[in-house]
Write a protein that binds this ligand. Sequence first.
Ligand code: SF4
Length: 490
Amino acid sequence: MSATESAAAVKYVTETPPEEIARVKEWINSEEYKEKNFARQALVINPAHGCQPLGAEMVAHGFEGSLPFTHGSQGCASYYRSTLNRHFREPAPAVSDSMTEDGAVFGGQNNLHEALENAVALYKPKMISIFTSCMPEVIGDDLTAFIKNAKQKGCVPEGLPVPYANTPSFNGSHVHGYDAMLLSILQTLTEGKQIEGRCTGKLNLIAGCDFNTGNYREYKRILEAFGIPCTVLGDISETFDSPCDGTYRMYAGGTKLEDAADSINGKATITLGPYATSKTFGWIKDNYSGKHASMPMPVGIEKTDAFLMKIAELFGKPVPASLKAERGRAVDAMTDAHQYIHGKKFAVYGDPDYLIAYVTFLLEMGAKPYHILCSKGSKKLEKEIQALLDASLYGKDCKIYMNKDLWHMRSLVVTDPVDAMIGDTHGKFAARDAGIPLFRFGFPIFDRVNLHRYPLVGYQGIINMITFICNKFIDIKDETCEDRFFEMMR
Ligand code: SF4
């Protein structure tokens, strides 16, 4: 059957006249509709976050030989895996105990035990990191008891670390799942490993719920320039960016388990992204040797400076000349590109730590983060962003929208226009309707290649962000200007 014939064969239950479609299309761009949209309470449309287990699975991949394990539904497990596959364009090997109707009625203990035995036999992991989907959380499965029983029954070999985290998705987002899983992994691996008087001399670095492999590499490069030995905890840089050389590695990369275990004896620990690491940092402060610092993502000049100064202070080393030169180049790039971004209005959305980063960067460039939206935010986040806005000339008139979704964002950008959006792929529909570019700096990015390989942190990150943004604005000018204004020089 041809496409025309099959289209003709479709019988609509309700026919909508073209005039009505045109009327509604126009109406949803109106102030009246925006008001109704913002009065909406019982429905979320296109939220700018994923569910808790997604973050839990991501960080579980960041340890050597770690097999992420979903206690819950197979469909949920497929969602986390496919989201990671599509973002990184890499495999995300993980398992699930595939709870179905009987599990929902009688509890998922049998599923969990059988799946653990199978996972050990088939995939020979060095660690199994378990987290939950909604279903076992709703029925109240007791994960602690189930895992204790599994160990007693011998479903997992003695000594195999089995960290686990409750990650109910009806509460929080992928950011909270990341924090909960990372905490459990560190608690499990470091148990009984603290040695009085021992110091590894290393920095432990936790990157936060960050899906950009380039950022992890950038942190390592910066620390190498300092000459400071480092353990990146939850290191996904190799896992999700391994070379294509004809060999499939089920467990590529990840933090070595012995390094993670010894991290409790580190000289210092820095967590980046306070909103994604609040529980983990709280526990580290009370349990890890050495000094501890929780810092925002080093995006933009001020926050990168603060990160480098903190490293210098913790290790009593000066900032290396090579990094000082990089700073100079970043400032030069900012100055060169200033004219293309200064005064431009942006709509930004995403995870709390990323939002702080976008707002900081835009204000430093003299741009306006005009609509700022977080779909899982808090009063604390709102206050912190407001303080950034208040401290800058360019923060005037910018507004923060907490716990709103991307359908709200659509209303904002069509009624009160901006020049561009910054966020993940889910915002492309609103950007298209508003006829503006979307700069994809968040997670997930499904519709562009390689962006997760370009760091946004550090001085190099500043240059990358400027390059993406300013060149796009210049492209638009070239594509839309009258012939007489089409110039060689821009
Ligand atoms: S929100 Fe719950 S049901 Fe939906 S994918 Fe996440 S864990 Fe599964």
